[in-house]
Design a protein around this ligand. Structure first.
Ligand SMILES: CC(C)(COP(=O)(O)OP(=O)(O)OC[C@H]1O[C@@H](n2cnc3c(N)ncnc32)[C@H](O)[C@@H]1OP(=O)(O)O)[C@@H](O)C(=O)NCCC(=O)NCCS
Length: 160
């Protein structure tokens, strides 16, 4: 279980992913707002891409630590999903995702629609955990986010 030879560390920006998607009526529930599950799928996709970029190998979702819906999303909204790795362990990565929505005419304010925190594990061709490069925070905000993810890890490890 070794990290890719040419990659020993990465910053959060190196692996950050932004995914944009226009919601359609097919995504809505009976109330006319977008299904939470549709938003969760986009979150998982963006987070998996960020984790895979950091790891240099595919990464699978192992845990959804936090998933908060802050405002309804509607058909026609432009959803922007931003994911970045905030903490890297030996084979696992904490990924934070922020989701914003813009109304269809794109003239209104950008609304924070959801936030999420997921844990991914890098896997080899046999689906076994694979070592990931270290994460090197490059900015004060990166350091704060890494510290928060570490604190969260310690809290959940104490609980289990
Ligand atoms: C991910 C998987 C390969 C991990 O296998 P495992 O035998 O649990 O691996 P380990 O116990 O060695 O743990 C590997 C890492 O995952 C972390 N981990 C395992 N379970 C975790 C959990 N519930 N929450 C957070 N981290 C977890 C461990 O802390 C460890 O981190 P580290 O290497 O950075 O220290 C395995 O659980 C799996 O295949 N799960 C299914 C993944 C999947 O299909 N996801 C899609 C769901 S639709």
């Amino acid at each position: 279980m070794t990290a890719p030879a040419d990659i020993t560390s990465r910053t959060p920006a190196d692996s950050a992913v932004t995914l944009a998607h226009i919601m359609s009526e097919h995504d809505t529930n009976l109330y006319g707002t977008v299904h939470g599950g549709v938003v969760m799928k986009l979150i998982d996709d963006a987070a998996a891409a960020a984790a895979g970029r950091h790891a240099g190998v595919p990464a699978v979702t192992v845990s959804v630590e936090e998933m908060t819906f802050l405002a309804p999303v509607r058909a026609g909204d432009l959803l922007t999903v931003r994911a970045q790795v905030d903490h890297a362990g030996r084979t696992s990565m904490d990924v934070t995702v922020a989701v914003t929505a813009e109304r269809w005419n794109l003239t209104g304010p950008v609304t924070r629609a959801a936030t999420a925190h997921l844990v991914f594990v890098a896997v080899d061709a046999d689906g076994q955990p694979h070592r990931v490069p270290a994460l090197h925070p490059a900015t004060p905000a990166d350091r704060r986010r890494q510290a928060r993810a570490r604190r969260h890890r310690r809290t959940t490890e104490t609980r289990s």
